[in-house]
Design a protein around this ligand. Structure first.
Ligand SMILES: Cc1cc2nc3c(=O)[nH]c(=O)nc-3n(C[C@H](O)[C@H](O)[C@H](O)COP(=O)(O)OP(=O)(O)OC[C@H]3O[C@@H](n4cnc5c(N)ncnc54)[C@H](O)[C@@H]3O)c2cc1C
Length: 411
C-alpha cells in the first residue's frame, strides 16, 4: 500500500481523517491500525451515560463495520504500532510501521492520531486492586462493574473526568469523596466562580469535596484498596478509587520519527508535523491556536480531534484548509450541563450572567474588552450566542452581559 495512508490510532481523530478523505473523493488505500479491540468509539460517554448504565458499548461506535467496508477503509484492531520509519525523501522507499505482533504496513502518508494516556500515580499501594483510571472502554467496563458493588468511592482529581465519575457514583447512592490537590476544582480551565459553583453543587448532592488534599499512598487488605492516605496524616476509607489526574500525550512514535514535540506533537494550522509525509491530529498534538492569541496549546476535546483531523485530511488530499474553528467542549455532571466555547486562558475579566445558586448561569471571559470564551451551565442560549460571536470574529458588549432582560447579541 505504498501509495496509501496509514492512520495509527483508532479513535475520534483517526476515523475523522479517514471519513473526510473518502468524502472528498480520495481513492488511495486507507488503513487504520488501533491498539484497542473495540470498533472505534466515542470516549465522552464513558464517564457519563455508559458509566451510569444508560448507554451500551455498541451505541458508542463512531461508524459501523459496514461503513468501513463500503468506503474501503481497512480497520486493524488490537494491534499496537511500536516501530515506524518515514518514507525516503526521494519518494522511492515507502514508510513502514510495524506492530508488536510483527505485522508491517507500508505507507506514503502517515497520520498519527495516538491520543493520550492517563497520568498514573506511583505511590505506596498504587497497584492495589480497586484503583482505577478512566480512558478507554475496558477501563469503563471495569469501573462500572466495581461501582455496582462499591460502597465508598474516592475520586482523586477534581477535573472534568473525576467530577463526572463522582456524579455517577453519587447518583447511585454511594459515599463519594473528591480529593483535589489544588485549592479549587477544574482550576486549569475555569474561573474561580465556576470552581466554587461546582464544589457547592457536588456538596449539595452529598459528595464530600476536599481541596488542598495531597494523596501520599493507599492502604489495602488482601490486595484490595481500603483507604487513601493524605499528606496531613488523615485517611479516607474507600473500597473503590478513581484516579483522574490528567493525561500525557503519546509521543513515542513521533520521537522515533524525529518529529518536533513539545508536550504534544507540534503541528501547524494544516495539521502538518515537521516531516512532510506525516500529519497528526487530536489529543496527541499541540499547535499555535488562533483562539489563544497564537500561543501553543494542546486541547483534549472531540471538537479539536474532529476539526484538526479534517485539516489533516485536506492536507493529505493536497488542499490546504487551515484550522480556524472555535474550540468547544461539554461536561455533564448529574443535572448540570456545562458547555464551553472559546479559550478563557489569559482573561482579565469574568462576568457572571444569571444565578449560580439556581444552577443556571454563564460566565463570559474577556481580555482588554475582547470576548474570549463562555462557560455556560444549563444555559445553552448563552453558549450558542458566544460561540456564534467568536466564529464571526465579533464580541458581546460586556456592559450588557449581566442584564438578564437583554439577550446576548454580538456587536
Ligand atoms: C472518560 C472521558 C470523557 C471525555 N469527555 C469528553 C467530553 O465530554 N467532551 C469532549 O469534548 N471531550 C471529552 N473527552 C476527550 C475526548 O474523548 C478526546 O479528546 C478524544 O477522544 C481525542 O481523540 P483522539 O483520536 O485524539 O485520541 P483517542 O480517542 O485517545 O484515540 C487514540 C487511540 O489511539 C490508540 N493508540 C495509541 N497508540 C497507539 C499505537 N502505538 N498503535 C496503535 N494504536 C494506538 C489508542 O489505544 C486509542 O484508541 C473525554 C475523554 C475521556 C477519556
Amino acid at each position: 500500500m505504498s501509495s496509501g495512508l496509514l492512520v495509527v490510532g483508532g479513535g475520534q481523530a483517526a476515523v475523522q481523517v479517514a471519513c473526510s478523505l473518502r468524502e472528498s473523493g480520495w481513492q488511495s488505500p486507507i488503513t487504520i491500525v488501533g491498539e484497542e479491540v473495540a470498533l472505534p468509539y466515542q470516549r465522552p460517554p464513558l464517564s457519563k451515560a455508559f458509566l451510569a448504565g444508560k448507554a451500551d458499548a455498541d451505541s458508542l461506535a463512531l461508524r459501523s463495520d459496514d461503513y468501513f467496508a463500503r468506503e474501503g477503509i481497512e480497520v486493524v484492531r488490537g494491534a499496537r504500532v511500536t516501530q515506524v520509519t518515514a518514507p525516503g525523501a526521494d519518494g522511492t522507499a515507502p514508510g513502514v510501521a510495524v506492530t508488536s505482533g510483527g505485522r508491517a504496513f507500508e505507507f506514503a502518508h502517515l497520520a498519527l492520531t495516538v491520543g493520550a494516556s492517563p497520568r498514573r500515580l506511583s505511590l505506596s499501594g498504587s497497584d492495589l486492586l480497586g484503583i482505577s483510571y478512566l480512558r478507554d472502554l475496558s477501563d469503563a467496563e471495569t469501573l462500572k462493574r466495581d461501582l455496582a458493588v462499591a460502597k465508598s468511592v474516592v475520586v482523586i482529581g477534581g477535573g472534568f473526568i473525576g467530577l463526572e465519575a463522582a456524579a455517577v457514583a453519587r447518583a447511585r447512592g454511594l459515599h463519594v469523596t473528591v480529593l483535589e490537590a489544588a485549592d479549587r476544582l477544574i482550576g486549569r480551565v475555569v474561573a474561580p466562580v465556576v470552581s466554587e459553583f461546582y464544589r457547592e453543587a457536588h456538596e449539595r448532592r452529598g459528595t464530600k469535596v476536599r481541596l488542598g488534599a495531597s494523596v501520599v499512598g493507599f492502604e489495602g487488605r488482601e490486595g484490595r484498596v481500603t483507604a487513601v492516605e493524605l499528606a496531613d496524616g488523615t485517611t479516607v476509607p474507600a473500597d473503590l478509587v478513581v484516579v483522574g489526574i490528567g493525561v500525557v500525550p503519546r509521543l513515542a512514535l513521533a520521537e522515533q520519527l524525529g518529529l518536533e514535540c513539545d508536550n504534544g506533537i507540534v503541528v501547524d494550522e494544516y495539521a502538518r508535523t515537521s516531516h512532510p509525509a506525516v500529519v497528526a491530529a487530536g489529543d496527541c498534538t499541540t499547535t499555535s491556536h488562533p483562539f489563544a492569541g497564537g500561543a501553543r496549546v494542546r486541547l483534549e476535546s472531540v471538537q479539536n480531534a474532529v476539526d484538526q483531523a479534517k485539516c489533516a485530511a485536506a492536507t493529505i488530499a493536497g488542499r490546504a484548509e487551515p484550522y480556524t474553528s472555535v474550540p468547544w467542549f461539554w461536561s455533564d455532571q448529574d443535572t448540570l450541563k456545562l458547555q464551553i466555547a472559546g479559550l478563557s486562558s489569559g482573561f482579565d475579566t469574568a462576568l457572571v450572567r444569571g444565578r449560580p445558586e439556581e444552577e443556571k448561569f454563564s460566565v463570559l471571559y474577556y481580555r482588554d474588552g475582547q470576548l474570549l470564551a463562555v462557560d455556560a451551565v444549563n444555559s445553552p442560549r448563552d453558549y450558542m450566542a458566544v460561540r456564534r460571536a467568536l466564529a464571526a470574529g465579533r464580541t458581546i458588549d460586556p456592559e450588557r452581559v449581566t442584564d438578564m432582560s437583554t439577550a446576548l447579541t454580538p456587536v
